[in-house]
Design a protein around this ligand. Structure first.
Ligand code: 5GP
Ligand code: ZN
Length: 137
C-alpha cells in the first residue's frame, strides 16, 4: 500500500532498525522505545489488523514471535516481556498495518503499567456469553 508507513519500511523507502527478517516477516525497533528493546513484528504483506489477517499470514507472523522474544530476553537480560497487539482506533491502533509489540521488561520501574480492571464473576452471564460466542472448530 503506497501511503502505509510500514509498507515503506518493508520496501526500504524509510529506514528502520531491523532485528529479524525473512521473506514473510520483518521485526524492527519501535521508534518510541516504550521499554528498551521495544520491537514491532509485522507481516511484509499489507494487512490492516487482526480482522484482516488470514491464517497463513497469522501463522507466519505469530510463529516468529517466540524466537524474537527469546532473543530480546537473552540479549537484554529481560526478566519478562509483554506482547501487545492493538486492533482498531478504539484499541489504540495508530498505524494500520498490523503489528505485534514486544515489550521487554528489564525492571519493575520501567514505567509500563498494563492493568486489567477486574469484575466479580457472574457465572450465568459467562455461560450465556460463551454460548453466543461459541465457534465450531
Ligand atoms: P500502534 O499504536 O498502532 O499499536 O503502534 C504503532 C507504533 O508504531 C507506535 O509504537 C510508534 O512508535 C511506531 N511507529 C510509528 N511510526 C514509526 C516509524 O516510522 N518507525 C518505527 N520504527 N516505528 C514507528
Ligand atoms: Zn502496509
Amino acid at each position: 500500500m503506497t501511503d502505509c508507513i510500514f509498507c515503506k519500511i518493508v520496501a526500504g523507502e524509510i529506514p528502520s532498525s531491523k532485528i529479524y527478517e525473512d521473506d514473510q516477516v520483518l521485526a524492527f525497533l519501535d521508534i518510541t522505545q516504550v521499554t528498551p528493546g521495544h520491537t514491532l513484528v509485522i507481516p511484509k504483506s499489507h494487512v490492516a489488523d487482526i480482522f484482516d489477517m488470514d491464517s497463513e499470514v497469522a501463522s507466519s507472523v505469530f510463529a516468529r514471535v517466540p524466537k524474537i522474544a527469546r532473543q530480546l530476553k537473552e540479549k537484554l537480560g529481560a526478566k519478562g516481556l509483554n506482547i501487545v497487539n492493538n486492533n482498531g482506533e478504539i484499541a489504540g491502533q495508530t498505524v494500520f498495518h498490523s503489528h505485534i509489540h514486544l515489550l521487554p521488561r528489564l525492571e519493575e520501574t520501567d514505567g509500563l503499567d498494563i492493568r486489567f480492571d477486574t469484575h466479580e464473576p457472574d457465572f450465568e452471564k459467562l455461560g450465556k456469553l460463551a454460548q453466543e460466542l461459541y465457534l465450531e472448530a
